[in-house]
Design a protein around this ligand. Structure first.
Ligand code: CA
Length: 397
């Protein structure tokens, strides 16, 4: 495993892309803030997967942990389809950090929070450990979707302090769950239907610790461009003191892209269907053609040649789709017009045979028939001749 550190320690690192297959537009920024000297946050923005990890442990070990988590989930990315897959990937990241610490990567006890989301085709899956957050901004309202694993969050849930008191509580940074310590780590998962126009926000506590939810909501509602909105959130956190590293990912489930992709999918499906029909018809015709050619090759017929003689053709008379499917095989010197009326009619009607041999046999028959006809004529004419010459010979057989 490669342990990459967040590339830009002092300033912002950002990423924004339009990915068609995600049907979303996103922007991601991580920023060191105004106080820390290095950035222990890490993120992954690789649609449909988005992850924010906030490293803990100090002395740069935190960024080793957060980057191990990101690398592990990135490596599992293609296999993550369900909430269970996402949970398993986070568990693998946890195991990788624990084993990394044993191999002296970073420090023993290093850890990271993690908020991961897979946003795809109308569904948002989230996995959560620690106090990074996943928010949904829909119809102008911001809602925190994930539940923090922190001391103050538990106190807010039990009603002992208000959310406003939690923001300034001395234990506000104490988290109750993180990757990197417990091999039996419990990962919360969430599953949401997501709608075109939804805006998802993943962030580290460096954002919401500095900028309250109503100010985040205002920026998300007023700034349409996700890049600009992400920049403004980071600026707001820095303006408020920037006491921690700040990481923000905004994912807009985009109406236009989603609709356009849906049209593309429908069009692709129609084209595929049409192509399928064409291919089927072509195959049918090809098959039919092969059948016809095979049938034709086995057949023969007798017809008049262009010279008016009796000829044998291989194939069958006529044409298929404009193409003749026969060729002259054997020509003869037998003039068609010398055949008997019956044989001439057969030739003119292009009588077909199951094989060339059968056709040749018929040719032989015509030849014999013609020969016998001519011999009969000769025989018949001879007596006439003889009548005038050797009548006695005829009269005495
Ligand atoms: Ca932090």
């Amino acid at each position: 495993m490669t342990v990459a550190t967040t590339p830009n320690k002092k300033s912002s690192s950002k990423q924004s892309l339009h990915r068609r297959h995600c049907s979303c537009v996103f922007a991601a920024i991580t920023n060191v803030g105004q106080v820390r000297d290095h950035n222990e946050d890490a993120y992954l923005a690789s649609p449909p997967l988005f992850v924010v990890a906030d490293g803990l442990g100090g002395h740069e070990a935190g960024e080793v942990a957060s980057n191990i988590a990101i690398d592990t989930i990135k490596a599992k990315g293609r296999h993550i389809e369900t909430a269970q897959d996402l949970r398993r990937a986070v568990e693998a990241a946890n195991a990788a950090i624990i084993s990394g610490a044993r191999r002296n990567l970073g420090r023993a006890g290093m850890g990271t929070t993690l908020t991961a989301a897979r946003i795809f085709e109308g569904k948002a899956l989230l996995a959560q450990v620690g106090d990074s957050r996943g928010y949904l901004f829909r119809s102008g309202r911001l809602a925190q979707i994930t539940q923090d694993h922190s001391v103050v969050a538990a106190m807010v849930r039990s009603g002992s302090i208000s959310p406003e008191e939690a923001r300034i509580h001395p234990n506000r940074n104490v988290i109750t769950r993180a990757l990197g310590s417990d091999p039996g780590l419990e990962v919360d998962t969430y599953e949401y239907e997501t709608l075109p126009g939804d805006r998802w926000l993943l962030c580290s506590d460096g954002l919401y610790g500095m900028v309250d939810d109503s100010a985040i909501e205002k920026i998300l509602s007023e700034v349409e461009d996700p890049n600009r909105a992400a920049e403004m959130l980071v600026e707001s956190a820095n303006d408020a003191g920037g006491s921690d590293n700040i990481t923000v990912i905004i994912i807009d489930v985009d109406v236009e892209t989603a609709t356009r992709n849906e049209h593309k999918r429908t069009r692709a499906k129609s084209v595929a269907t049409f192509a399928g029909v064409i291919a089927f018809v072509a195959l049918l015709f090809a098959g039919l053609g092969v059948g016809i050619v095979q049938y034709a090759r086995s057949r023969a017929y007798i017809a008049a040649s262009p010279e008016g003689t009796v000829a044998v053709y291989a194939g069958v008379p006529g044409s298929v789709m404009g193409a003749r499917i026969s060729k002259l095989s054997d020509n003869t010197t037998i003039p068609v017009n010398e055949l008997s009326a019956i044989d001439r009619a057969k030739v003119e009607s292009e009588e077909t045979f199951n094989s060339k041999e059968a056709a040749m046999a018929m040719i032989e028959h015509y030849r014999e028939s013609l020969a016998s006809q001519s011999s009969t004529e000769t025989t018949t004419s001879q007596p006439a001749t003889n009548t005038t010459g050797t009548g006695a010979a005829v009269g005495t057989p």
